[in-house]
Design a protein around this ligand. Sequence first.
Ligand SMILES: NC(=O)c1ccc[n+]([C@@H]2O[C@H](COP(=O)([O-])OP(=O)(O)OC[C@H]3O[C@@H](n4cnc5c(N)ncnc54)[C@H](OP(=O)(O)O)[C@@H]3O)[C@@H](O)[C@H]2O)c1
Length: 256
Amino acid sequence: MNNLWKSAWVIGGSTGLGAELVKILTAAGIETYVSARDKDRLKVLCGQFSDAKSYPLDITDKAACIRAVDEINKIKNTLPDLIILNAAVYYPMDIENFNALEISDMMNVNFLGIANMFEALLPYRKSRGGNVTIATVTSPSGWRGLPGAIGYGSSKAAVINMMESMKPELDRCGFDLRVVNPGFIKTRLTEKNNFQMPQLMEPNEAAKLTLKGLSTKNFDTSFPNPFLYYLKLLRILPYTLFFRLMKKINQQRNKP
Ligand SMILES: NC(=O)c1ccc[n+]([C@@H]2O[C@H](COP(=O)([O-])OP(=O)(O)OC[C@H]3O[C@@H](n4cnc5c(N)ncnc54)[C@H](OP(=O)(O)O)[C@@H]3O)[C@@H](O)[C@H]2O)c1
């Protein structure tokens, strides 16, 4: 681990990728605040690491996000050096199980929850001397519309787009924005998938690659390769080729 960060805050840090990030950060002696909704799970996780501090938070509650940012800033007299906005929910969705309520839930947590956190963080953008790295964990399903990811992909596309819009302005104000786009990770989120997931990663491996990417100066951290190289190529494919390929993938997904 580099010595870029003395303190961190992982929002959505109680399970899966987030919990592994907390383990690695605290093992490196980095004081780490950990947020999620489930207080009991947070308590158990943070009880294992002396440098982990539990801070329950539901990011769909804007007032609670503002309170959390203000309180953590007050305790430390500054924001943590690294803030990872990792919280999200996921419902696999295709046309057969299209559900506007589930889409609303995904948009609420995955996009509007992140917007709530930014509204809470932005007032501190000029008051901090050094840089705060703020990373959102998004997804390659936000790059182009993929079969089976209706709603989830839209919520991640919205976050990536918002981060791109904000980066140039925030570069000048001490906020260093990043996006992290992992492939498939073995967590409770992907337990819902009933298809073969290429290059499925263990959460610990994904957490290491996340922090390795955040230690560089790159805006985008995407892994694992070569899977993510192929997905990146989809971004530049013309629609005729793109839809031909997606139809094939859809047929594969629907094979009994
Ligand atoms: N797993 C994958 O293959 C994969 C691939 C690409 C991207 N991602 C992204 O990676 C991130 C981590 O996913 P994961 O697979 O590790 O899933 P996970 O195990 O379900 O973790 C999600 C975390 O977010 C928290 N969370 C959910 N809703 C929240 C809310 N309203 N407020 C605060 N915290 C909330 C959860 O805790 P509570 O439920 O207690 O709140 C949990 O700590 C997500 O952003 C996901 O979209 C995952």
